[in-house]
Write a protein that binds this ligand. Structure first.
Ligand code: ZN
Length: 595
């Protein structure tokens, strides 16, 4: 016997005040007093966000009578026991004013929500199927609003939700319910087929997009990825939910959709030629989230196979799930022909610059960075560049290094592609309820098994150590030279700065650098160098008069106290990394990159 579904409804009750009214009705509630909880975090974004803080009112009813509801911790409520025959309904008002892909946002222009922000989970009933009635806001101004979500329409008393219409939708369990974000509003819609799977694009906030160009590029990217892992694709339908705003950037992966936030200018416009950087970045983001449909949504770290959404879930493997995904996101654009080899190499060089810039890479390993994502990577402060290495950026370089190591040693017979495909076969193509999570050593063991190499040293250095990756050496057999452009020659303070009007403030003071050694601190307001006023436009000019090793006098305000520092200037920053192609030496390369 299948359990009766849990019935949810959501309605933008006050778009102008950013309130959703959300109801959850449960038959056969816990006779001892049913508990309801909202997640503290949302899968894919490793930070405790305490979504329940946005519940502004909550009450419970059964058989038309009010039922007492006690709050027992920051995100859990317990209803008084009710007669088992009477369904129990909890009604809450949720404030939704977080314009990000991780929360919920509602106003007169659109509505967006992740289920983790709005749907209470009746504890103990997580595996029951869920029905969701998505209701429109009241008023003629909303008559053109439509709905986009990967959640399947479901049959109910009022029929089935029409294509992009309001009405009943269904999910097999709570976990699935909250993994189908929903966008409502005046939507620009398009669709395409990739390897026989229907893909939809729903854009809110933009009406002037070259949909032909966008869907043509997405088709190539999606087909390339489906074929990488092997047909058929694991999702019956896939939806790109795009919220276009003045300025914004972000994406969150889901099992059959992705929620993306982008600037309107990132979208392709009618008459656009070539692939401008902004559009390429958007395609990279789409590619990234789509790759997650396999890597993290279905191939999961062991720690995520049964997520506890009330507390942090620790894994040392985000370098594989975010880093490898970051390697393949732009690589997929290259390999499906959307960008050139040269464009792709420029993106890799920029990632090398990014990792190389921050001293945090000497102090934190990728395994540590993954484990501490909750309190470090996701909670950056002025010391983050000194203390943290990005499992995205360095993780993508480790993927590159591993791919090159496997390819060079096996003359391309083994590659990271083969590792990903086998990960999918062994850990991804599982029955949701019998999942085989990826353990700490599984990726190394698999790469060793497929290649016959001993990769102990590689992983010890790359994942559990802080040694520099030998990228120049690894790229050479593929006819790619890693070099640095000439630097500016200006001596340095060893800081990053933030300009506000004419003021220049230190954002980060690099560990062991000239500024830190002299006593300068993040937050200090630079006033003068060698007696001359410092402004954002003049700082480089002032420093360029001096040589590395010389001592400059620096005046700065810390709070309202004027302080003087003697800074022994550091060596000039080296120029940016460049990756140059040797067109003739392409034998190994041609199995890896598209010519
Ligand atoms: Zn990601």
């Amino acid at each position: 016997m299948t359990a009766a579904p849990i019935f949810y409804s959501i309605r933008p009750s006050h778009p102008e005040a950013h309130f959703f009214e959300v109801r959850c009705t449960l038959a056969a509630a816990d006779p001892a007093g049913q508990r309801f909880a909202l997640p503290a975090w949302t899968p894919g974004s490793y930070l405790i966000r305490d979504f329940a803080r946005h519940i502004v009112s909550i009450r419970a009813e059964a058989a038309g009578q009010r039922v007492a509801l006690d709050k027992i911790d920051k995100h859990t409520w317990r209803a008084a026991p009710v007669d088992e025959a009477a369904p129990l309904t909890v009604i809450c008002e949720v404030y939704a004013w977080d314009l990000s892909v991780r929360g919920a946002h509602l106003d007169q222009t659109h509505a967006f929500f992740n289920g983790s922000s709005v749907f209470l989970c009746p504890l103990g009933h997580e595996q029951r199927p869920c029905l969701l009635d998505i209701q429109p806001p009241v008023g003629t101004r909303y008559r053109d609003w439509r709905v986009a979500t990967a959640m399947a329409p479901a049959h109910g008393e009022r029929g089935c939700a029409e294509d992009h219409g309001f009405g009943l939708h269904g999910a097999s369990c709570y976990d699935e319910l909250i993994d189908h974000p929903v966008e409502m509003g005046v939507l620009t819609l398009a669709s395409f087929t990739a390897c026989s799977v229907l893909h939809e694009v729903a854009i809110s906030g933009h009406h002037d997009c070259d949909l032909t160009r966008l869907t043509a590029d997405l088709t190539r990217i999606c087909e390339w990825q489906i074929r990488l892992f092997g047909e058929p694709a694991p999702m019956p339908r896939y939806v790109f939910l795009i919220t276009a705003v003045g300025d914004g950037y972000g994406g969150l992966e889901h099992r059959a959709s992705t929620a993306l936030l982008c600037a309107r200018d990132d979208l392709p416009y009618p008459g656009m030629t070539g692939t401008p950087e902004r559009y390429r970045t958007l395609l990279g983001l789409c590619s990234h989230e789509y790759f997650h449909s396999w890597n993290v949504k279905r191939i999961k770290p062991a720690a995520f196979t049964a997520c506890n959404l009330a507390v942090e879930n620790y894994t040392t493997l985000l370098w594989a799930f975010e880093g490898f995904t970051s390697y393949y996101d732009d690589l997929a654009l290259q390999r499906c022909g959307v960008i050139t080899v040269e464009d792709w190499l420029a993106l890799v060089a920029a990632t090398i610059d990014k990792v190389d810039r921050d001293p945090g890479r000497h102090r934190q390993t990728l395994a540590e960075s993954s484990f501490d994502a909750w309190t470090k990577f996701y909670r950056p402060d002025e010391n983050t560049p000194n203390a943290v290495v990005s499992y995205y950026a360095k993780g993508s370089l480790v993927a590159l290094a591993l791919d090159l190591t496997l390819r060079a040693a096996t003359r391309n017979h083994c590659s990271l592609d083969a590792v990903m495909r086998t990960l999918w076969q062994r850990h991804g193509e599982y029955d949701q309820h019998r999942s085989v999570g990826v353990g700490d050593d599984d990726i190394r063991l698999l790469a060793e098994e497929l290649s016959g190499l001993d990769l102990d040293r590689f992983f010890a250095n790359a994942i559990d150590g802080t040694a520099e990756l030998p990228l120049a050496l690894l790229l050479k057999p593929f006819g790619i030279r890693l070099q640095r452009a000439e630097g500016s020659g200006t001596p340095t303070l060893g800081v990053t700065t933030k300009a506000t009007g004419d003021e220049l403030r230190l954002s980060t003071v690099y560990h062991g650098g000239p500024a830190q050694t002299s006593g300068l601190s993040a937050g200090d307001l630079l006033v003068a160098i060698d007696g001359l006023r410092v402004m954002p436009a003049t700082v480089d000019r002032l420093l360029s008069r001096r040589k590395a090793g010389e001592v400059a006098s620096v005046l700065a305000f810390r709070g309202d106290v004027l302080m003087e520092f003697s800074v022994q200037l550091g060596s000039p920053t080296l120029g940016k990394h460049q990756l140059l192609l040797d067109k003739k030496r392409n034998v190994l390369r041609k199995d890896w990159l598209q010519a």
